[in-house]
Write a protein that binds this ligand. Sequence first.
Ligand code: ADP
Ligand code: MG
Length: 642
Amino acid sequence: MSIRLLSETIINQIAAGEVIERPASVVKELVENAIDAGASRIEIVTAGGGKNLIRVTDNGGGIAADELALAVSRHCTSKLTDDVHDIRALGFRGEALPSIGSVARLSIKSRTQDADSGFEVVVKGGYLEGPRPTAINRGTIVEVSDLFFATPARLKFMKTDRAETTAITEVVKRIAISFPQIRFSLAGPDRNTLELPATCTQGETVTDTAMLERISQVLGTEFSENALSLDSEREGVRLTGFAAIPSFNRANSLHQFAYINGRPVRDKQVFGALRGAYSDVIARDRHPVGVLFLQLDPAYVDVNVHPAKADVRFRDPGLVRGLIVGTIRHALAQSGIRPATSGAEAMLKAFQAQGFETPQNTYSSTTTPQRHWQASSGYRSEAPRSEWSPATAHPAQRPLHFDSNALNNPAQSGLQAGFGEALQAGITQFIAPSADSRAAETDAPAELLRAPLGAARAQIHANYIVAQTEDSLVIVDQHAAHERLVYEALKTALETKPMAAQMLLIPEIIDLPEEDAERVTAHAPTLERFGLSVERFGPGAVAVRETPAMLGEMNVQQLIRDLADEIAEHDTANGLKDMLNHVAATMACHGSVRSGRRLKGEEMNALLRQMEATPGSGTCNHGRPTYIELKLSDIERLFGRR
Ligand code: ADP
Ligand code: MG
């Protein structure tokens, strides 16, 4: 076959193959065009997952009648002059409309701000009709129907309507985050309506509050409650946005958003840096949540890497990575101690799911709870509803097994004066066995109550510290908290002063495969900084003379074997820091002997104070919260007092 120039239609279809991958890509291109046109309202309607219909209506500048035909011609754009390195608009390739026109039926109706009437062009299968006059308000309506009718092969690759509908929603949300001054609405027979009212006016500088409000519209208010604000600049690159505290993490990366000069991107380097910032506070299979805005001279970033403009190339990738990692880590460290509100939310839900609802909800409105509950005799059999019986009742309505007998037999239980004090004393005995913790309860000084984690009240199930602040109840997972504290101390030991060591009465000799013995002794100087003193003890053995004081008593044999494994796995020239972090984590894990150990009042309070003073201690090494806080107002809600 001889060589010849492809027809315009074929060229456009080839371009469409890259630019218009699925209905969501059409939505992305059309919404970007509306934003570039200066619109303050953008309405999107879809049907059949966008395959049947996509309509985008905007109130932007519009297209003049004599330019309508150009708009749908290849390589025609109003957004680029001569410099492909100075890109300030979202579009610049002049490819989207002709590509869409080559694979679907495309209609554009538009009326510029000063025109008396509007005009329409229609493109179908690459053929242009119009322009002809049409009735339309100022702005532009672009309608795309029968997507991919001209390219049946592509049509076959489409996912279900539902999947395409969801993808469109994601695209709109992603782009809406960086334009809070624009009102977006997304509706159609195939979906629930999404309305995102503008959170500031056009032309105004976008404040942090306006930004966070838009983000909350998209991600829910929970995000803003758990987000730290970011703002820093390095060598002309500015980073703003929000990063969630580590315990507010997700199972996938859908809640990560990045923008470069306002353009949504899915750049691997940027997302890699976001992950990197959380690497030692979140488990490997969990994903941080964050919204990052990078602002830099357009000349320092190439957005023309891919037709869909999702990837970019930075002139100095190291600078950008350092900025993101440094800023987020700093913000996390500054934030001090703070649990995810989702912990308290989950706790409230758990209580409610078990039937611990407010009396108003549990009982019918004509009866009062007091009528059924009598302190002296437990539940009476004359239940308000005929179907009610202690066995079938909601847990909240069921008599508590623990005290029903005692209450029914006051003489036996010694409850002569009602169930107030005596029962209280019984409970106190249950949960606060040591004299010390009882002392903590009676006279907690006011300043302890004012501390973020409050005054320790009791330890339950040998692992949970219950503490009280001025306006909340705090429950600390002492094992997780201790593990985190040890880990942080080990990391500090690497950078500043070595950790205190504790001499073993008799050195512990550990038999190891020769390579492991070799590896461990090779890192002896580092381990020494951690307070672990190891030396060679003949072939295939090492001797441990000192262990980190902070770890207390532990299984030294197991620790050394685990360390040998960690070193073997991570000991590469460039991964020293990585390896040390793993070694620290392994040691922290072994050191958490406090789980299952009863703590005295002052020990508990000391742990709480240490947590408050340690950055990052709100999350364990695996990204789980180390404590949860329930506000008094929430407790009151549970009891129907509010
Ligand atoms: P690009 O956006 O890369 O310039 P497009 O093919 O998406 O290329 O659009 C071509 C041109 O059509 C744009 O440069 C712009 O001038 C015009 N245009 C497209 N959509 C709109 C709109 N909604 N409002 C005003 N002008 C538009
Ligand atoms: Mg465009």
